[in-house]
Ligand binder design. Sequence first.
Ligand code: ADP
Length: 328
Amino acid sequence: MDERVGGPAVTGDRLGFDLITMGRIGADLYPLTTGVPLAEADTFGRFLGGSPANVAVAAARLGRRTAVVTRTGADPFGGYLRTELRRLGVDDRWVSEVRGLPTPLTFCEIFPPDRFPLYFYRVPKAPDLEIEAEELDLEAVRAARVFWMTGTGLSEEPSRSATLAALEARARARTTVFDLDWRPMLWREKPEAHYARALALATVAVGNQEECEIATGVSEPYAAARALLAAGVELAVVKRGPDGVLAVHRDGTVVDVPPVPVEVVNGLGAGDAFGGALCHGLLAGWDLERTVRFANAAGAIVATRLACSTAMPFPDEVEEVLGRAGGV
Ligand code: ADP
């Protein structure tokens, strides 16, 4: 059992973050027995969850100074999430409480190798959709070396305007990642126009094939990557789950890497491990091939583990897998 927990100390200058993520957070309650329908599961593990929170944890594990901008309920699960963020090395100074709305819970079913249905309890509304533009520390958002937002943050107001305000503050001056994160059950209107607006303000787009199709109308990975570049970003990354990853840069660089073969326990969280590791590689200034191979391996590692946030790999674990896979 690996006893290590988090990243660098969660104190210090608000303008010195490597990565600030913004959006969804919640408590994940995952069945401790795999292959069991939720109706029959009776023991659960409790984990910090929500894609942007997990991405911040993943990058912290890799040694990055990270923070998340989000909101929870004023309840025990909200307190748990803040404590857990800090324990896992993520600064929680921009996590605030919303009175009257419960902290979201997420249940899942685990049917390896490729079926992991999610059940979101975000009613009547998730506190993370109550992020207000006026509350943002835009100076800090602008100063972060990488900023990461998600499609779900665009699904409702006031979160949508706040997310766009953060993107506008970045003004594409530094790495600004749009995680296409498409959760249809969380949308009550058509997403296309909102996705297009955010794509024009981001420098990197990351998504799986279904998410790329929502953002661009095409799902074939090369066509989707080209369409994302045409929509405004400099780097398009198409996650293909067990089929690996395609990354295309505006400068003409194309990286298409096969998956690292693993025995899948729970595919949830692989995308967030990938995301945190992608940020790490971009921050390190690695070439695109090394960055994508590293992120690909980080995603594969989390797919072999039941948990998501607490399962994010440390650098030596990723390097070991890369070494075995003959990586760069
Ligand atoms: P998301 O969870 O966002 O849909 P994916 O399922 O595509 O993302 O997973 C993200 C990345 O994690 C993949 O691109 C790949 O690098 C890695 N990964 C995911 N599932 C597997 C798997 N079964 N085998 C190997 N690598 C995987």
